[in-house]
Design a protein around this ligand. Structure first.
Ligand code: MN
Length: 496
């Protein structure tokens, strides 16, 4: 499981020597109080660490240099309580490689109408001090998030929370390894992409491993370990008698558990954060991994089918960003439509591998034939998914850049049992409406594979895209198709 509290965000307050010792002591004390408030706040998922106030170009450079190399530091928050002439920041900002949030706040929430004097004015200067800092960041063309408001304001806390989660997702990608078993599903375009460019841009690597090496590990799983895992299945899921130990079709469950153990060991031993496979390359495997992929995703691994390494990496990032929040993040595919004009919606699913972190109620473990791949009937978890706000996100390789695309959706509860559908399923209505949402998605080149999130918002993905410095396009309540198409055209010029 992913624990974000092991990560730190550094709180750095800029000032200068002009004000004298007494004022600087106050600046430091206030900065400590603000950092402490964030650190203890239950909505801020990471540790917020106060750093001594910076007053010179040398102190700024040294602090940001340390931020770059501190392993647990996933980003820095800056605040100019007083005026901090921004040429002092150039050298430090030039080398800063960690995500930056500029907090535009003021220590005193209110103007003390009866007592305000020049001492108050000289201490509470962020209204102009933060503008000076903002100029140099913009002048240097550095991306960052600007959060505005009093530091105890709920809206400010929400923005910091969101950005910390995005920074954690980004940090997780740096040096991350994703394993690819087999190549792309033949002829599929959108799951292709430039893995070298992705590693340069995103920091994670994707490499291929022979399915035979995985099969060897699967085959070496001990009978004892397989039986223990099956006991966990029988405890956790509804299973027909024929699938349980001693049942007529138990072998399929046994084989599936063996695959899970082998796959898990392969990923653990190789320190991988996710994987993809393809039903077209399963040589030596008894089944396509179904429940194995589902359970490994629920344990935090990224996954996508058919060689789709971009979605596997995105699913992993979403899991890190959503760590500790209610709801899940899963690999998803827009599968089938309900085009009833009074109730249009999408049925999302996959052949097998939807993550049970989305499940409403106790999943059923079932075994059914798979129409493709020519292997034995795979075991999979079947479940429904609750209604509520959610989103689909897709990472696309546009050739000269990556694009992160998000569509907000309203998930709806299934009103029918779908007794003959042997896979997990989700129903949703794309925002702003089915026709606009789907048209915009297709104009933007969005994939059929997505990361589906119940606990992230467009704001998380926007912060994430800004940190990654990639194009971000979102489809939501306010999307108008003509405007959206213009935006895509304008972006073509921007990224030329
Ligand atoms: Mn697929």
């Amino acid at each position: 499981m992913i624990n974000l509290k092991t990560f730190e965000v550094w709180f750095i307050t800029g000032t200068q020597h002009l004000y004298g010792e007494e004022t600087l002591k106050q600046v430091a004390s206030h900065a400590q109080q603000v950092a402490d408030f964030f650190n203890k706040h239950d909505k801020i998922p990471v540790a917020v660490v106060y750093k001594p106030i910076v007053k010179t170009p040398e102190e700024i450079f040294e602090t940001l240099l340390q931020a770059n190399t501190a392993k647990n530091c996933i980003g820095v928050i800056t605040w100019m309580h007083t005026f901090s002439p921004a040429k002092m920041w150039i050298r430090g900002l030039n080398i800063l490689q960690k995500p930056l949030l500029h907090l535009h706040t003021q220590f005193n929430r209110d103007i003390p109408w009866n007592d305000i004097d020049m001492d108050f004015m000289n201490l509470n200067q962020s209204a102009h001090g933060d503008r000076e800092f903002g100029f140099i960041v913009t002048r240097m063309r550095k991306d960052r998030k600007v959060a505005v408001g009093h530091w105890q304001d709920e809206g400010v806390i929400d923005q910091i929370n969101t950005w910390c989660r995005a920074a954690a997702g980004w940090n997780d990608w740096q040096g991350a390894k994703f394993a690819r078993f087999g190549d792309n599903m033949r002829y599929v375009a959108v799951t292709e992409g430039d893995k070298v460019e992705a590693e340069m841009k995103f920091g994670f690597s994707v490499n291929t491993y022979g399915i035979g090496d995985l099969v060897d590990i699967i085959n070496s799983s001990s009978d004892q370990a397989v039986k223990e895992l099956i006991a966990e299945y029988e405890e956790s899921y509804d299973m027909a008698a024929e699938l349980r130990t001693g049942g007529a079709k138990h072998q399929a469950v046994y084989d599936a558990a063996k695959i899970e153990i082998g796959l898990h060991r392969f990923l653990k031993d190789g320190n991988f954060k996710g994987f993809s496979d393809t039903f077209e390359d399963l040589h030596g495997m008894v089944q396509l991994p179904g429940i194995a992929a589902q359970r490994l995703m629920a344990a935090g691994y990224g996954f996508a089918g058919e060689g789709d390494w971009k979605t596997a990496a995105l699913v992993r990032a979403c899991k890190v960003m959503g760590a500790g929040l209610d709801g899940g993040n899963a690999f998803m595919e827009d599968y089938t439509y309900h085009f009833d004009p009074t109730n249009e919606m999408v049925l999302g699913s996959h052949m097998l591998e939807i993550d049970a972190s989305l499940a409403k109620g106790r999943p059923k473990l079932e075994v059914h034939p798979l129409g493709i791949g020519g292997k034995a009937d795979p075991a999979r978890l079947v479940f429904n998914v609750a209604g509520g706000d959610a989103l689909n996100a897709s990472l696309i390789d546009m050739g000269n850049r990556f694009r992160l695309l998000v569509n907000e959706v309203k998930a709806v509860e299934a009103k029918h049992d779908l007794p003959k559908l042997p896979v997990a399923r989700v129903l949703w209505k794309p925002l702003p409406d089915m026709k606009t949402g789907c048209a915009a998605w297709i104009y933007a080149g969005g994939a059929h594979h997505t990361a589906y999130s119940q606990n992230l918002t467009t704001a998380h993905l926007l912060d994430f895209a800004n940190i990654a410095d990639v194009e971000f396009v979102s489809i939501g309540e306010d999307t108008k198709i003509d405007q959206f198409r213009n935006e895509l055209h304008w972006n073509e010029v921007y990224y030329k």
